[in-house]
Design a protein around this ligand. Structure first.
Ligand SMILES: [Zn+2]
Length: 70
């Protein structure tokens, strides 16, 4: 087991915390300073169901027109 885990210090109480900690384990304050890390693009975007619905309706209309028109 490597002890080379990146640590940061709580700016409120000065205790060592893991880099990923979003709040202090000791004083339970939120650590708003984020470590600068390149975004790996794993952001979960909410699906825009309105757009999905509109596209679905358009596709259905096109299919209906093609089927009825032939
Ligand atoms: Zn703290």
């Amino acid at each position: 087991m490597s002890a080379e885990q990146k640590m940061k210090k709580c700016k409120f109480c000065g205790k060592s915390l893991p880099e990923e900690a979003i709040f202090c384990y000791y004083c339970h304050r939120e650590l708003l300073t984020r470590p600068e890390r390149p975004s790996s693009g794993v952001e979960s975007k909410p699906v825009n169901w309105m757009v999905v619905g509109v596209i679905a309706v358009i596709v259905l209309v096109i299919i209906a027109v093609v089927l009825l028109g032939s």
